[in-house]
Design a protein around this ligand. Sequence first.
Ligand SMILES: [Cu+2]
Length: 127
Amino acid sequence: MTRRALRLSSIAIASVVLWGCGSDGDSSGGGGTVVDDGSGIDVTGRSFSFSPGEIHVAANEEVVVRLSSRGANHDFVVDEAEFKIEAERGGSAEGAMSPLPEGTYAFYCSVSGHREAGMEGILVVGP
Ligand SMILES: [Cu+2]
């Protein structure tokens, strides 16, 4: 139910975002590491990688995640937080991810075939 609510709200957000900037010009690969400074995490999903590929956040704190999709529709999923936001191609979405205990988790795109093609990354939840 929570998941469905998140999904609906992210679609609503995505639908008001400006459409298309034509080409998906940015062809750089994924990678990089970003550390949340409290203002949230910006993630770009492209076919087929995430940038950054590694995200560090604080333990036991809600984290705002903003996803921008390039090249196709993508989503951003963290199973352990029951978190999923999805953004259509050229659009973006934002959601608040539930607090997680310390540990290392995976995030990925659940669109069919995308994770297998490389759309996954590491979520490090630190003290
Ligand atoms: Cu994807």
